[in-house]
Design a protein around this ligand. Structure first.
Ligand code: 8LE
Length: 466
């Protein structure tokens, strides 16, 4: 369905007949042909921003860019990169939505926002058309994950400003599935979740990986085996985990369903534009919805396959608050090797490696939080863990606290963590085994790695200044 209209109508009621693809033409087209489609949509999106936003008009004029002169995807590099701090400043100066809201204020259908734990929260104003387009995009992507209209989808995520749960909900509704918006965050709700899961037997689950593992623990304590819930597909966003092989395997063996990694950023909704298919070979970049560049964190030049770059996103069909070249800060690598699913999108085979500002430099080595989690999980740690990096004398030391696992002696577990980290990262660690269940759990996003050296701030300021 190569819609001639821009933005495409989001309210159609199309649902494919049983078929591996929602949109076989777009999903399997040769990449060069898709690039032409992306370019057409990009030009329409840029022209729309130039006519409807003083914010974009102003910044592009200041950079000497005429968006009408963009004639190839490479040309996008002439458009200035946008950073989250600039969005915050713009909203402070032009409250509440900033001048990148391209629709009249009274056409805002929904208000969402960031949690604002770091700095001023950002407000998202969403039009009805965008809400519908996001729903359709998510339905298409959830279809690729193997979700079908006869599925019942349990959404174990907050229903507030956070877009995660809402994005899953509207995608599920558009796909015609049965929605079960259970929520999260209310005291006692996790045990209730377990009881509802056992009773209602939903076939799909959405939340954060941390929360799925938390639910599994509470289920076991209450005498249930999470594999008996009958969940076929578990899909996740918001934090690393579902893209980390050992964590993916832990989730799959715990629940007996497939574990699907998804997620870009709330600003970029449809945030499922990074998402795995049911083959689970790494998140596809659904480039006809959001065009994604991978850029060197320092030079901001494009990186090739296999090289680490920052994901930089551009909306292609948003009319309310389009983001053009939003610097995510998330590091990843891409491949253009084919996926067995037959979709021709590039993929991120290692998921998101971590945020550029979370990357640790330990004794001269770049260490990604996702690699630390991979090693710790592969060592057999199925409970919570915490990692601290400290400087002792002139040396960086990594300290790991993890929890005892039934059936393993503390000593074996400690040795296993030491040897996995040594093998994966080449680092010596100090490991402490805490009692099972003693480290704090989250129903949202976990922060498991903390850097207590001052050097990380130096690295941060270098990255910030570029
Ligand atoms: C590793 C995508 C969404 C709505 O679930 C979300 O969490 O959006 P939010 O709150 O804007 O946070 C975005 C950040 O969460 C990303 O920049 C990235 O650092 C992290 N994140 C999201 N999905 C993943 C992730 N990190 N793997 C993921 N699958």
């Amino acid at each position: 369905m190569l819609a001639a209209r821009w933005p495409p109508p989001g309210d159609d009621s199309f649902i494919p007949a049983e078929n591996p693809y929602w949109d076989p033409e777009i999903e399997t087209m040769p990449p060069e042909e898709r690039a032409q489609l992306v370019l057409r949509k990009l030009k329409a999106q840029l022209a729309y921003c130039a006519s409807n936003s003083d914010f974009y008009r102003g910044r592009w004029a200041a950079a000497g860019i005429d968006p009408g002169s963009i004639s190839s995807l490479d040309d996008i590099r002439r458009v200035p990169i946008l950073r989250k701090e600039e969005l915050r400043t713009e909203q402070t100066e032009h409250p509440p939505f900033g001048r990148y809201l391209c629709i009249p204020r009274d056409k805002v259908l929904r208000i969402h926002g960031t949690s604002g734990t770091t700095g001023r929260p950002t407000a998202f104003g969403v039009s009805q058309g965008d809400w519908q387009r996001i729903a359709t995009a998510h339905a298409r992507i959830m279809w690729a994950a193997g979700i079908r209209p006869n599925d019942t989808i349990f959404i174990g995520s907050f229903f507030g400003l956070y877009w995660g749960g809402w994005g899953a909900l509207i995608g599920a509704e558009r796909l015609g599935a049965t929605c079960f918006p259970f929520g999260a965050g209310v005291p006692g709700q996790t045990l209730q979740a377990v009881e509802w899961l056992a009773q209602m037997r939903p076939t799909a689950f959405y939340g954060t990986p941390s929360y799925a593992l938390r639910i599994a623990e509470v289920a076991r304590d209450a005498g249930y085996d999470p594999a008996d819930f009958g969940i076929r597909v578990l899909f996740f966003s918001g934090e690393p985990g579902a893209g980390i092989p050992a964590t993916k395997q832990l989730i799959e063996s715990t629940f007996g369903g497939i574990c699907i990694d998804m997620g870009s950023m709330a600003e970029m909704s449809p945030w499922m534009s990074n998402a795995e298919c049911h083959e689970r070979t790494g998140m596809h970049l659904w480039d006809d919805l959001v065009y994604t560049e991978l850029l060197d964190p320092v030079t901001e030049e494009p990186v090739g396959p296999g090289e680490v770059g920052v994901l930089v996103y551009t909306h292609l069909e948003r009319d309310s608050q389009p983001m053009i070249r939003l610097w995510s800060g998330d590091l990843s690598r891409y491949t253009d090797e084919p996926c067995p699913c037959g979709r021709t999108y590039r993929r991120l085979p290692d998921g998101l490696l971590g945020r550029a500002d979370d990357m640790l430099v330990i004794r001269g080595e770049n260490v990604y939080p996702a690699a630390i989690e991979e090693a710790i999980r592969a060592a057999g740690c199925s409970g919570e863990f915490r990692v601290t990096v400290v400087r002792q004398g002139a040396l960086d030391e990594m300290k790991v606290r993890t929890e005892a696992v039934a059936g393993h002696s503390d000593n074996d577990l400690r040795n296993s963590v030491v040897s996995h980290l040594k093998k994966k990262l080449g680092l010596r660690v100090e490991v402490e085994i805490a009692p099972a269940g003693s480290l704090e759990r989250t129903e949202f996003k976990s922060r498991r790695v903390s850097d207590e050296r001052t050097m990380s701030q130096d690295v941060q300021s270098i990255l910030d200044s570029r």
